[in-house]
Design a protein around this ligand. Structure first.
Ligand code: GLU
Length: 304
């Protein structure tokens, strides 16, 4: 196998049809290019007990498979700390004592890109830092970035220019931040193809920059459109009847659900996962989000 693709869910609850569609796409991209496929449980926060097991079972029910081992981020803390130590040794980190509220207020100021950290703690003196620590303020650790934006290449979207700021590497509660963990894990697991929802596109320039600083290879990226509800909003659990288990309870089978996902990806006819794989053409994927009425049936009835 030349490399790996992956699906990396946060185990905060059951996967909905949008997540399942993204997982299917990630699997198709990987397998159709001769890659292996990995499953990684991103359990550094928002963990619901049993959710990861249910997510894996749902992916398997649709016919997806992956190479072991399944890794859990919570068991890999030394890897993330090693990367943080490397950046710190290179003078690339600083402690940040800002509260979320302070940051929000600062970025509503007229300067700086939306959502970017304004750099408040970047130039604190040793004495100022000591005073903050003495006041008992928990410190997050941030990257000292020396660029403010970066252009990345996406297989589906082409060039994308996005903000790079002094992103958090370790949160105030001591846990590694998502952007750091994802970069370290993708490299460590031999992931050279990242297929995920386009809600994460804006994080990608930050991740590419971080990988470059750590001397890690940059994976190929493909960000895929999300699934929307009939009001045009991103599909969510509250839309009702959106998980595999909800659909099965309505009388649909995993094969029918797979077929509905396939149809949404532009496949014309009822298809098995093996057929999907042989027919998969990324350049023919719909560019638009899939709008779904969760209260309707996924499959037109073909009964007598
Ligand atoms: N764990 C993230 C999520 O569930 C996905 C991370 C990624 O694919 O890079 O939204």
């Amino acid at each position: 196998m030349s490399g790996f693709g992956r699906f990396a869910p946060s185990p905060s609850g059951d996967l909905h049809l949008g997540n399942l569609r993204t997982a299917l796409l990630a699997w198709l991209f990987a397998r159709s290019t001769g890659r292996g496929f990995r499953l990684r449980i991103e359990d550094l926060d928002r963990v619901k007990p049993g959710a990861a097991e249910r997510q894996s079972a749902d992916l398997a029910a649709l016919g997806l498979d992956w190479e072991p081992p399944v890794v859990w981020q919570s068991q890999r803390l030394p890897l993330y700390e090693a990367a943080i130590a490397e950046l710190t040794a290179a003078g690339r980190t600083y402690e940040c004592f800002c509260t979320r509220k302070e940051i929000q207020q600062a970025v509503t100021a007229p300067h700086g890109p939306m959502g970017a950290y304004p750099g408040t703690c970047r130039e604190l003196t040793d004495a100022e830092r000591a005073a903050q620590r003495a006041a008992g303020r928990p410190a997050a650790l941030r990257l000292r970035a020396d660029i403010t934006e970066l252009v990345i290449t996406d297989e589906l979207l082409g060039s994308y220019r996005g903000a790079v700021d002094d992103l958090v590497l370790r949160r105030g509660d001591g846990s590694p931040a998502y952007n750091l963990a994802v970069v370290v894990d993708d490299a460590d697991q031999g992931i050279d193809q990242v297929v995920r929802g386009d809600d994460l596109l804006a994080s990608t320039p930050r991740q590419v920059y971080l990988a470059t600083l750590l001397g890690l290879p940059i994976p190929q990226y493909a960000h895929v459109p999300l699934v929307l509800n009939t009001a045009g909003q991103r599909l969510a659990k509250r839309d009702g009847a959106v998980t595999l288990r909800d659909r099965i309870a309505l009388g649909e089978t995993p094969d029918q659900i797979l077929n509905a996902l396939a149809t949404s990806l532009g496949y014309p006819t009822a298809t098995t996962i093996a057929q999907l794989l042989t027919q998969f053409r990324p350049e023919q994927l719909p560019q638009e989000p899939w709008t779904l009425d969760p209260n309707g049936l996924l499959q037109p009835s073909s009964g007598p």
